[in-house]
Design a protein around this ligand. Structure first.
Ligand SMILES: Nc1ncnc2c1ncn2[C@@H]1O[C@H](COP(=O)(O)OP(=O)(O)O)[C@@H](O)[C@H]1O
Ligand SMILES: [Mg+2]
Length: 152
């Protein structure tokens, strides 16, 4: 499965996230690839809204690293690894508690998944969804959603 869409606004990106949310099951992990400002957090707002979480509550977890939202159809956790930098050690990931969200109860959304290649190998392939967001112009983004992690 691979689907590419072009978004022309943050709300359109949100809508694509909402549509994806309808297909999610507990244990799914969303890997959000894309540069700073691409729209990864904007996409997660849509996923949250689709799960029944108030989108405006979803903010970038850059400093808190992981945010939890438990009031939706499936509990959502949202991690942003940017601040930890590339090649985060297993101990580092355990310290922030990332593995706890692989217990089959959560949908986990990870920004900067390329920073934790070892963690990605511990997730069942059928639970992985890769989202790539590419900046085209100020308001235009190309968004590709696929099953499995293409980088593995
Ligand atoms: N089509 C679009 N989709 C998503 N964000 C967009 C779009 N057009 C403009 N933007 C802007 O780009 C920024 C994306 O920010 P954010 O979601 O925090 O990015 P990231 O989490 O990838 O660093 C926001 O300021 C948003 O308003
Ligand atoms: Mg972000």
């Amino acid at each position: 499965m691979k689907r590419t869409s072009v978004s022309h606004s943050p709300s359109e990106t949100c809508k694509i996230g909402m549509e994806l949310a309808n297909t999610l099951v507990p244990g799914d992990v969303l890997l959000l690839y894309g540069d700073l400002g691409a729209g990864k957090t904007a996409f997660v707002k849509g996923v949250a809204a689709g799960l029944g979480i108030e989108a405006r509550r979803v903010t970038s977890p850059s400093f808190g690293l992981i945010h939890e939202y438990e009031e939706g159809r499936i509990p959502l956790s949202h991690a942003d690894l940017y601040r930890l930098g590339p090649n985060i050690s297993e101990e580092g990931l355990e310290e922030i508690g990332l593995y706890e969200y692989l217990n089959g109860k959560w949908v986990l959304a990870v920004e900067w998944p390329e920073y934790c290649p070892d963690f990605l190998r511990d997730i069942a392939q059928e639970h992985i969804l890769s989202i790539r967001i590419t900046w085209q112009s100020e308001n235009e983004r190309v968004i590709t959603v696929s099953r499995g992690d293409e980088t593995l």
